[in-house]
Design a protein around this ligand. Sequence first.
Ligand code: PRX
Length: 635
Amino acid sequence: MSNYHIKNLEEYFQVYRKSIRDPESFWEEIAEENFLWRKRWDKVLEYDLSKPEFSWYKGAKLNITENCIDRHIYGRGDKTAIIFEPNDPSEKAEHISYNQLHERVCKFANVLLDHGVKKGDRVCIYLPMIPELPVSLLACARIGAIHSVVFAGFSSTALHTRINDSDCKIVITSDGSYRGGKTIDLKGIVDEALESCPGVKTVLVVKRINSEISMKPNRDKWLQPLLDEANNTCVPEIMDAEDPLFILYTSGSTGKPKGIVHTTAGYMVYTAYTFKNVFQYRENDVFWCTADIGWITGHSYIVYGALANGATTVLFEGIPSYPDFGRFWEVIQKHKVNQFYTAPTAIRALAKERLDFSGNYDLSSLKILGSVGEPINEEAWHWYNDNIGKKNCPIVDTWWQTETAGIMISPIPYSTPTIPTYATLPLPGVQPALMDENGDELKGNLVSGRLCLKFPWPGMARTIWGNHDRFRETYFSTFKDFYFTGDGALRDSTGYYRITGRVDDVIIVSGHNLGTAPIEDAINEHPAVSESAIVGFPHDVKGNALYGFIILKETGEGRVHDNLRKEINQIITEHIGPIAKLDKIQFVTGLPKTRSGKIMRRILRKIAENDTDNLGDISTLLNPECVQEIMDGAV
Ligand code: PRX
């Protein structure tokens, strides 16, 4: 039996029990047998929940790119590491071998070094899903720079906030990006963002769409000529286990986005281990995760977890609907994809289309289907199972978060019997707990509560960049000595977990985490707006959509016109990005508030969900009279 690769349910239970009984020796064996270390650790785990501080593999030295690339060169050098499938299906796919990846990463790393980037410096990456994106992550890791990828659908305001928060000196971007039949002027967005980023001295620009763009002298440089000149070997920087590997921003329910920090060794071990088990990856398999590398799913499973296992990973530039709704299935057929990992939103959108979009393609290569990012509803689960998996591919409904680095609760294919909508059982090393309202742990089965984790795991986030107090406050203060996920969950009679959704003011729209506060802040910037409150309501494709209740400064007839709705969505697009646009806007004259002045979102949520029979007690509100008015005007 190997701890690293679980093959049946009995093994799972054995390994799980061992991982709980003796977590240190469990994670030690996995680290020892499967990775390349420049120096061994002195201690597997050291932690102090009061600070909170966590150190995994303390004292160890390594470089993650040696694990993801160099060690595969002997024996797998010609194996394809990355299959790049472009937006336009008539453009040829590119197969990048481990040898080629090594050369590309080394060259890129040398370009960064030539531009003064050193260990510990932050590098902002704002790129579409093209090979330079994973290559730039790995190039940073090669020299010990900390990458901060910003999803290339974010606006210039969101971009400059993130660049400044982590004080990036350099930005890597492209002249533009393709998105289905459209192009997006990424460089224009970067130029606008950098007007507010005095610290950025260099912008490296990848040529992707061959558009005319302006290049600022001394700051902006085309990347390709620099790569052509660069040396094709680069000695890896030897990192401490706990040196930061990257920062990735995620929305909080309040305030500015949180720069989640992941460190080197624990992140590597955890993503590699979970990749191997949850996707049951075997040597010649082709793995495809459709997420963008701008999110944690892409970091952990397109790039690090996959490459650490010497896998072949697909990098898809396009969208599911271009040139038509058969694109995903065409790509699966073309590259003989074995493991396919996507989001419920995509599944629901595709399920709405004609079946011949999926039926016309040969999907027989598929072995395992995955789902991530939000709860998958039963209907979508069955559609996925029947039409894509042909009832022959286990579905792994994987629950995890940016903060956890990797999958935490998920079936292990061929081992764990699956049930639609259940993420099922914790992976080895993961100790979930459900808490009641009083902060006590709910023991036994058939309970539901707030989902926490009660023991450290190697992939856990270590801090929020520049704000450790906020880290403690957000994750370790709600329940003493427990990590609080922000999700609610239930445990059924057999111990299976079902995630029921967020219990805080984060709303998941199309699989993207959106905090209500930043959206409200953006809306409140509109000169006509005095106050706003955002809640989510169920949407049959996006999972949730956003409903905004907005108080205007002047309520004269002329103020509430269609343009105002457009302007409000425009301002949200400018501040955050189009993903945060509101589906419904209702202008109101008051918002229900508690006596201490806090907006009672629970009531607004009920109104948005059209479930006003159970509003609960509203008599304690400061202004109960506004509730009827809001109900009458609901859209
Ligand atoms: O609410 C949970 C939901 O997504 C949140 C984490 O979002 P993010 O940090 O963007 O990471 C997404 C990719 C891992 C969680 O707190 N979530 C994620 N996976 C599931 C899920 N909800 C239900 N079922 C899932 N499988």
